[in-house]
Ligand binder design. Structure first.
Ligand code: NAP
Length: 256
Protein backbone atom coordinates (compact mmCIF):
# COMPACT_ATOMS: atom_id res chain seq x y z
CA UNK A 1 0.00 0.00 0.00
CA UNK A 2 1.38 3.41 -0.98
CA UNK A 3 2.68 5.79 1.66
CA UNK A 4 0.98 9.13 2.34
CA UNK A 5 3.14 12.12 3.27
CA UNK A 6 2.05 14.97 5.53
CA UNK A 7 3.40 18.50 5.75
CA UNK A 8 1.65 19.84 8.82
CA UNK A 9 0.60 17.35 11.49
CA UNK A 10 -1.69 19.41 13.69
CA UNK A 11 -5.46 19.18 14.06
CA UNK A 12 -6.22 18.28 10.45
CA UNK A 13 -2.97 16.53 9.45
CA UNK A 14 -2.96 14.15 12.42
CA UNK A 15 -6.67 13.32 11.99
CA UNK A 16 -6.29 12.53 8.28
CA UNK A 17 -3.22 10.46 9.20
CA UNK A 18 -5.30 8.52 11.71
CA UNK A 19 -7.93 7.76 9.04
CA UNK A 20 -5.18 6.71 6.62
CA UNK A 21 -3.67 4.30 9.12
CA UNK A 22 -7.11 2.83 9.82
CA UNK A 23 -7.30 2.22 6.05
CA UNK A 24 -3.95 0.37 6.10
CA UNK A 25 -1.87 3.20 4.62
CA UNK A 26 1.60 4.08 6.01
CA UNK A 27 2.09 7.76 6.88
CA UNK A 28 5.12 10.05 7.11
CA UNK A 29 4.44 13.11 9.24
CA UNK A 30 6.31 16.42 9.34
CA UNK A 31 5.99 19.87 10.84
CA UNK A 32 8.10 23.01 11.29
CA UNK A 33 9.82 21.99 14.54
CA UNK A 34 11.42 18.75 13.40
CA UNK A 35 10.70 15.01 13.67
CA UNK A 36 11.56 14.77 17.40
CA UNK A 37 8.66 17.09 18.23
CA UNK A 38 6.26 14.56 16.66
CA UNK A 39 7.30 11.65 18.92
CA UNK A 40 4.06 11.67 20.92
CA UNK A 41 1.90 11.78 17.77
CA UNK A 42 3.85 8.91 16.20
CA UNK A 43 3.58 6.89 19.42
CA UNK A 44 -0.17 7.44 19.43
CA UNK A 45 -0.61 6.58 15.75
CA UNK A 46 1.47 3.41 15.98
CA UNK A 47 3.83 1.46 13.80
CA UNK A 48 2.45 2.55 10.42
CA UNK A 49 3.60 6.12 11.17
CA UNK A 50 6.97 7.84 11.30
CA UNK A 51 8.17 11.42 11.50
CA UNK A 52 10.54 13.13 9.07
CA UNK A 53 11.36 16.53 7.58
CA UNK A 54 8.90 18.21 5.18
CA UNK A 55 11.18 17.32 2.23
CA UNK A 56 11.25 13.66 3.29
CA UNK A 57 7.48 13.60 3.80
CA UNK A 58 7.02 15.14 0.34
CA UNK A 59 9.20 12.45 -1.23
CA UNK A 60 7.75 9.52 0.76
CA UNK A 61 4.92 8.74 -1.67
CA UNK A 62 2.96 9.98 -4.67
CA UNK A 63 0.41 11.84 -2.55
CA UNK A 64 1.02 14.46 0.11
CA UNK A 65 -1.43 16.20 2.44
CA UNK A 66 -0.43 19.82 3.05
CA UNK A 67 -2.08 21.16 6.19
CA UNK A 68 -0.31 24.22 7.56
CA UNK A 69 -1.37 27.84 8.11
CA UNK A 70 -1.61 29.57 4.72
CA UNK A 71 0.83 32.23 5.94
CA UNK A 72 3.55 29.54 5.97
CA UNK A 73 2.90 28.17 2.47
CA UNK A 74 6.09 29.64 0.98
CA UNK A 75 8.07 27.32 3.26
CA UNK A 76 6.61 24.30 1.41
CA UNK A 77 9.36 22.39 -0.42
CA UNK A 78 8.34 23.14 -4.01
CA UNK A 79 11.06 21.00 -5.67
CA UNK A 80 10.22 17.92 -3.58
CA UNK A 81 6.50 18.39 -4.26
CA UNK A 82 6.90 18.74 -8.03
CA UNK A 83 4.86 16.04 -9.78
CA UNK A 84 3.13 14.97 -6.55
CA UNK A 85 -0.61 14.92 -5.96
CA UNK A 86 -0.88 17.54 -3.20
CA UNK A 87 -4.08 17.60 -1.16
CA UNK A 88 -4.35 21.19 0.05
CA UNK A 89 -6.43 21.62 3.21
CA UNK A 90 -5.50 25.27 3.76
CA UNK A 91 -7.94 28.11 4.34
CA UNK A 92 -7.37 31.85 4.28
CA UNK A 93 -8.01 33.58 7.59
CA UNK A 94 -6.66 37.13 7.34
CA UNK A 95 -6.60 37.59 11.13
CA UNK A 96 -4.17 34.66 11.26
CA UNK A 97 -2.50 34.74 7.83
CA UNK A 98 -2.31 38.51 7.17
CA UNK A 99 -4.01 40.29 4.27
CA UNK A 100 -3.48 38.83 0.78
CA UNK A 101 -4.79 41.21 -1.89
CA UNK A 102 -5.33 38.63 -4.66
CA UNK A 103 -7.55 36.61 -2.29
CA UNK A 104 -9.40 39.59 -0.83
CA UNK A 105 -10.31 40.73 -4.36
CA UNK A 106 -11.37 37.26 -5.52
CA UNK A 107 -8.80 37.31 -8.33
CA UNK A 108 -7.61 33.89 -7.14
CA UNK A 109 -9.08 31.12 -5.03
CA UNK A 110 -6.84 30.09 -2.12
CA UNK A 111 -5.50 26.93 -3.76
CA UNK A 112 -4.75 28.82 -6.99
CA UNK A 113 -2.67 31.17 -4.85
CA UNK A 114 -0.82 28.19 -3.32
CA UNK A 115 -0.28 26.78 -6.83
CA UNK A 116 1.81 29.87 -7.68
CA UNK A 117 4.42 28.68 -5.16
CA UNK A 118 4.01 24.95 -5.94
CA UNK A 119 4.24 25.41 -9.70
CA UNK A 120 5.14 21.77 -10.47
CA UNK A 121 2.72 20.11 -8.04
CA UNK A 122 -0.68 18.64 -8.96
CA UNK A 123 -2.90 20.41 -6.47
CA UNK A 124 -6.28 19.17 -5.30
CA UNK A 125 -8.22 21.19 -2.77
CA UNK A 126 -9.61 18.78 -0.16
CA UNK A 127 -10.49 18.41 3.54
CA UNK A 128 -10.62 22.20 4.00
CA UNK A 129 -14.38 22.58 4.51
CA UNK A 130 -14.92 20.18 7.42
CA UNK A 131 -13.70 20.50 11.00
CA UNK A 132 -11.07 18.02 12.14
CA UNK A 133 -13.53 16.82 14.79
CA UNK A 134 -16.20 15.98 12.20
CA UNK A 135 -13.62 14.26 9.97
CA UNK A 136 -13.16 11.56 12.58
CA UNK A 137 -16.83 11.45 13.55
CA UNK A 138 -18.26 11.12 10.04
CA UNK A 139 -15.83 8.72 8.30
CA UNK A 140 -17.68 5.56 7.15
CA UNK A 141 -16.78 2.54 5.00
CA UNK A 142 -17.70 2.64 1.29
CA UNK A 143 -21.33 1.77 0.74
CA UNK A 144 -22.52 2.81 4.22
CA UNK A 145 -26.01 4.34 4.09
CA UNK A 146 -24.88 7.37 6.09
CA UNK A 147 -21.65 8.07 4.20
CA UNK A 148 -20.64 11.74 4.04
CA UNK A 149 -19.29 13.48 0.93
CA UNK A 150 -16.40 15.93 0.71
CA UNK A 151 -15.80 18.32 -2.20
CA UNK A 152 -12.62 18.29 -4.24
CA UNK A 153 -11.37 20.68 -6.92
CA UNK A 154 -8.33 20.60 -9.17
CA UNK A 155 -7.00 21.26 -12.66
CA UNK A 156 -5.41 17.82 -13.22
CA UNK A 157 -8.07 15.10 -13.78
CA UNK A 158 -5.69 12.25 -12.90
CA UNK A 159 -4.66 13.96 -9.67
CA UNK A 160 -8.30 14.51 -8.82
CA UNK A 161 -9.12 10.84 -9.47
CA UNK A 162 -6.20 9.83 -7.26
CA UNK A 163 -7.39 12.14 -4.47
CA UNK A 164 -10.95 10.80 -4.78
CA UNK A 165 -9.68 7.22 -4.52
CA UNK A 166 -7.65 8.09 -1.42
CA UNK A 167 -10.52 9.99 0.24
CA UNK A 168 -12.88 7.08 -0.48
CA UNK A 169 -10.51 4.72 1.30
CA UNK A 170 -10.36 7.13 4.22
CA UNK A 171 -14.14 7.06 4.62
CA UNK A 172 -15.83 9.66 2.39
CA UNK A 173 -17.52 10.02 -0.98
CA UNK A 174 -16.35 12.97 -3.07
CA UNK A 175 -18.11 15.56 -5.21
CA UNK A 176 -16.07 17.22 -7.96
CA UNK A 177 -16.51 20.98 -7.71
CA UNK A 178 -14.52 21.60 -10.90
CA UNK A 179 -11.16 23.27 -11.55
CA UNK A 180 -9.24 25.27 -8.94
CA UNK A 181 -10.87 28.45 -10.24
CA UNK A 182 -14.18 27.08 -8.91
CA UNK A 183 -12.78 25.97 -5.55
CA UNK A 184 -14.10 29.15 -3.86
CA UNK A 185 -17.38 27.17 -3.76
CA UNK A 186 -16.20 25.46 -0.57
CA UNK A 187 -14.03 28.16 0.95
CA UNK A 188 -14.92 29.65 4.38
CA UNK A 189 -18.53 30.69 4.98
CA UNK A 190 -19.91 29.28 1.73
CA UNK A 191 -22.93 26.96 1.97
CA UNK A 192 -20.76 23.82 1.92
CA UNK A 193 -18.37 25.02 4.60
CA UNK A 194 -18.20 23.57 8.13
CA UNK A 195 -21.80 24.17 9.30
CA UNK A 196 -22.99 21.86 6.51
CA UNK A 197 -21.49 18.97 8.52
CA UNK A 198 -22.98 20.05 11.85
CA UNK A 199 -25.99 18.47 13.52
CA UNK A 200 -26.97 22.03 14.47
CA UNK A 201 -25.86 24.27 11.56
CA UNK A 202 -27.35 27.42 13.13
CA UNK A 203 -25.26 26.90 16.27
CA UNK A 204 -22.13 26.45 14.13
CA UNK A 205 -22.89 29.67 12.21
CA UNK A 206 -23.50 31.52 15.49
CA UNK A 207 -20.17 30.23 16.80
CA UNK A 208 -18.44 31.69 13.74
CA UNK A 209 -20.15 35.03 14.30
CA UNK A 210 -18.93 35.03 17.93
CA UNK A 211 -15.39 34.25 16.81
CA UNK A 212 -15.63 37.07 14.28
CA UNK A 213 -16.66 39.51 17.03
CA UNK A 214 -13.73 38.40 19.18
CA UNK A 215 -11.33 38.88 16.26
CA UNK A 216 -12.68 42.37 15.52
CA UNK A 217 -12.35 43.20 19.23
CA UNK A 218 -8.68 42.20 19.01
CA UNK A 219 -9.11 39.12 21.22
CA UNK A 220 -8.99 36.12 18.85
CA UNK A 221 -9.17 32.80 20.71
CA UNK A 222 -5.92 30.86 20.89
CA UNK A 223 -7.79 27.69 20.00
CA UNK A 224 -11.04 27.31 18.05
CA UNK A 225 -13.86 26.09 20.36
CA UNK A 226 -15.45 22.64 19.74
CA UNK A 227 -18.02 22.74 16.95
CA UNK A 228 -20.68 20.39 18.40
CA UNK A 229 -21.73 17.01 16.99
CA UNK A 230 -21.50 16.31 13.27
CA UNK A 231 -24.20 15.06 10.89
CA UNK A 232 -23.73 13.09 7.64
CA UNK A 233 -23.84 15.13 4.42
CA UNK A 234 -24.78 12.97 1.41
CA UNK A 235 -23.23 13.63 -2.00
CA UNK A 236 -26.49 14.86 -3.63
CA UNK A 237 -27.01 17.46 -0.89
CA UNK A 238 -23.38 18.58 -1.14
CA UNK A 239 -23.75 18.99 -4.91
CA UNK A 240 -26.81 21.22 -4.36
CA UNK A 241 -24.92 23.34 -1.82
CA UNK A 242 -21.89 23.72 -4.13
CA UNK A 243 -24.04 24.66 -7.12
CA UNK A 244 -26.16 27.15 -5.22
CA UNK A 245 -23.62 28.93 -3.05
CA UNK A 246 -22.53 32.54 -3.49
CA UNK A 247 -18.87 33.57 -3.47
CA UNK A 248 -17.77 34.91 -0.09
CA UNK A 249 -15.04 37.48 -0.37
CA UNK A 250 -13.15 38.52 2.73
CA UNK A 251 -15.23 41.69 3.05
CA UNK A 252 -18.46 39.63 3.21
CA UNK A 253 -17.25 37.21 5.88
CA UNK A 254 -18.16 37.32 9.58
CA UNK A 255 -14.81 35.74 10.54
CA UNK A 256 -11.84 37.15 8.72
N1 NAP B 1 -8.70 22.84 12.35
C1 NAP B 1 -9.65 22.55 11.46
O1 NAP B 1 -10.71 22.03 11.82
C2 NAP B 1 -9.43 22.83 9.99
C3 NAP B 1 -10.34 22.28 9.10
C4 NAP B 1 -10.13 22.43 7.73
C5 NAP B 1 -9.03 23.14 7.27
N2 NAP B 1 -8.17 23.69 8.17
C6 NAP B 1 -7.01 24.41 7.61
O2 NAP B 1 -5.94 23.46 7.55
C7 NAP B 1 -4.69 24.08 7.87
C8 NAP B 1 -4.12 23.44 9.14
O3 NAP B 1 -5.04 23.63 10.19
P1 NAP B 1 -4.83 22.92 11.62
O4 NAP B 1 -6.01 23.29 12.43
O5 NAP B 1 -4.46 21.50 11.43
O6 NAP B 1 -3.57 23.75 12.15
P2 NAP B 1 -2.64 23.38 13.39
O7 NAP B 1 -3.32 22.44 14.31
O8 NAP B 1 -2.15 24.69 13.92
O9 NAP B 1 -1.42 22.61 12.71
C9 NAP B 1 -0.57 23.25 11.81
C10 NAP B 1 0.56 22.33 11.46
O10 NAP B 1 1.34 22.97 10.47
C11 NAP B 1 2.71 22.86 10.85
N3 NAP B 1 3.49 23.91 10.25
C12 NAP B 1 3.41 25.26 10.45
N4 NAP B 1 4.30 25.90 9.70
C13 NAP B 1 4.98 24.94 9.01
C14 NAP B 1 6.05 24.96 8.09
N5 NAP B 1 6.61 26.12 7.69
N6 NAP B 1 6.51 23.79 7.60
C15 NAP B 1 5.96 22.61 7.99
N7 NAP B 1 4.94 22.53 8.86
C16 NAP B 1 4.46 23.68 9.38
C17 NAP B 1 2.66 22.93 12.37
O11 NAP B 1 3.86 22.45 12.90
P3 NAP B 1 4.60 23.18 14.12
O12 NAP B 1 3.63 23.10 15.24
O13 NAP B 1 5.86 22.42 14.30
O14 NAP B 1 4.83 24.61 13.64
C18 NAP B 1 1.47 22.01 12.64
O15 NAP B 1 1.87 20.66 12.59
C19 NAP B 1 -5.00 25.57 8.05
O16 NAP B 1 -4.77 26.23 6.85
C20 NAP B 1 -6.48 25.58 8.41
O17 NAP B 1 -7.12 26.80 8.05
C21 NAP B 1 -8.34 23.55 9.51
Amino acid sequence: MATLGFIGSGHVGAKVARLAIAAGIDVVLSNSRGPESLAATVAELGERSRAATPEEAALAGDRVVVSIPLAAHRALPAAALAGKVVLDTMNYYPFRDGRIETLDSGELATTEFVQQHLAGARLVKAFNNISDQHLLELARPAGAADRTALPIAGDDPEAKASAAELISRLGFDTVDAGPLSESWRFEPETAAYLAAYSADPDAAIALFAELGKAVRAGTPPLQAPPVGPGAPLPAARLRTLLDGTARKLTADRVLA
